[in-house]
Design a protein. Structure first.
Length: 476
């Protein structure tokens, strides 16, 4: 068996070898949670496990399902699993899975833009009790423009469903808002049902109900879930219902240190307390990282584990590098400093990929950097051997580059950590980690640090240094 595992990727890339932790994951049977460090080859490990099940355990590929979160992620997995390895398993998002199950029972139309239902409801409220209504919603309207209230309402409905439709009456808000959202959800659901429509969140919720009532066929014996640290309650309820009703093997993989989507409903406790929900499950770790240097992961790991509620793990790497994290300040703007750093990077090797990372989209405005320009959607610089891309840290998750430059690590409201306050109403339907000060921002900063294969260059305004940088300097 060891010989098979040592050569499992030979037909695609003989240089890819599984380490002992990865082999253990491949061979372990039954329900399984894999806690994977950043850059530890979790996708490689999962692909190897799928291949092992088909080659050695003789599992019918039609009995294996791989679930990821986004269409982009599923397309990348299809290329790797279905195209490269010729393994014809099903690869779906949670939403697509829900839709496939519902389609066994009935044909439905997906309504992507339901704001007109909310707008219709608002106009009805104005007709019924104009002055009281306008008084309470004054913060979310400008003259006759109710776009802010519509955005608030649509975000509430989406997050409310992702939380599994908790009781609105038990939420911490005024009687007016409780009444508003109770009636809005009632009218919204009624209008959707009357027209035979469904939204993305209900794809999951309705499929869960059909499974509980044993109304659908679920043909899979193995269910893999990627990025499990991002699991929201509605997705969890679907997975849990599948386990209870059909008892497939559940294999999930993720990293609690990279749980950064609380604003869209992810519940970290569903990852960190996995055995409470799947008591027969085994918990394994893969801790060898192939992206970062040992020096960088020592610093980043120390930083993220300041929160004692994070799962403790010691990542290891064969790569070594002096001063992998470098911190620079600027007085007026970062234009000159950024140009200097890009020039420095251009001399490191013949070709380098560079991520410019920001906490927010507005952290990078190309007009602030005259030496840069967009051409055909790509950033061009005076250094032709650099491929430069700007990403928010959220969108960079799962990706890597040769070098990373982290912009605007300031101590401002929209700095890093972000000090932007969550809307008091939306607090009821978001998953806010209060286990530690700036807990999710800390994990997001860890994600930023671990995108690099070599160095992270961190930029901050001299007069407003981020609290994270003050802490980081003590570790470095």
């Amino acid at each position: 068996m060891n010989d098979y595992l040592d050569h499992i990727f030979d037909e695609i890339d003989a240089s890819i070898k599984l380490d002992e932790e990865q082999k253990k994951v491949v061979l372990t049977e039954g329900d399984l949670e894999v806690i994977a460090g950043a850059g530890s080859g979790k996708t490689t490990t999962m692909v190897a496990k799928v291949k092992y099940l088909i080659d050695i355990k003789k599992v019918d590929p039609s009995k294996i399902l791989f679930i990821s979160y986004t269409n982009k992620a599923t397309e990348e997995l299809k290329i790797r699993i279905q195209k490269d390895f010729k393994l014809p398993i099903s690869i779906l998002t949670f939403h697509k899975l829900g839709l496939c199950l519902i389609n066994q029972i009935k044909s439905i139309d997906i309504q992507n833009d339901s704001n007109f239902i909310i707008e219709k409801f608002i106009q009805k409220q104005i007709r019924k009790r104009k002055f009281i209504f306008l008084f309470y919603v004054r913060k979310y309207r400008k003259k006759k423009d109710f776009s802010k209230l519509i955005l608030l309402s649509s975000t509430f409905i989406k997050n409310y469903k992702q939380k599994g439709r908790p009781s609105i009456l038990k939420m911490k808000m005024s009687k007016f808002w409780k009444c508003f959202f109770c009636n809005l959800v009632l009218e919204y659901d009624g209008y959707m049902k009357e027209n035979g429509w469904i939204d993305f969140e209900d794809m999951i919720l309705e499929a869960t109900e059909l499974i509980k009532r044993n109304k659908v066929i679920f043909p899979f014996q193995y269910v893999f879930v990627d990025e499990y640290q991002d699991i929201s309650k509605d997705r969890f309820f679907l997975l849990y219902a599948i386990k209870k009703q059909y008892n497939p093997n559940i294999i999930v993989v993720g990293d609690d240190w990279q749980s950064i989507f609380g604003f869209s409903g992810s519940e970290l406790i569903l990852f960190t307390n996995f055995k409470a929900f799947f008591p027969q499950a085994k918990i394994l770790k893969i801790t060898n990282t192939y992206r970062n240097s040992q020096e960088l992961i020592n610093i980043a790991g120390h930083f993220v584990m300041k929160n004692e509620f994070q799962i403790k793990k010691q990542l290891t790497s064969d790569k070594h590098m002096e001063n992998p994290i470098q911190i620079y300040s600027y007085k007026h703007n970062s234009c000159g400093l950024l140009k200097t750093l890009l020039k420095k990077i251009s001399k490191l090797r013949d070709f380098s990929t560079v991520f410019l990372l920001g906490r927010y989209h507005h952290d990078f405005d190309i007009s602030d950097y005259p030496f840069l320009k967009y051409k055909n959607g790509k950033i061009e610089s005076p250094y032709s051997n650099l491929k430069i891309e700007f990403l928010t840290v959220h969108s960079a998750k799962g990706l890597g580059a040769d070098e990373v430059i982290l912009l605007n690590c300031s101590n401002h409201t929209y700095g890093f950590p972000s000090k932007k306050k969550t809307n008091v109403i939306l607090k009821n339907v978001e998953s806010i980690d209060e286990s530690y000060a700036y807990a999710e921002e800390r994990r997001l900063f860890y994600v930023a640090l671990t995108r690099t294969k070599n160095h992270v260059f961190i930029l901050y305004p001299y007069e407003a240094q981020s609290m994270f940088l003050k802490e980081l300097k003590k570790i470095i």
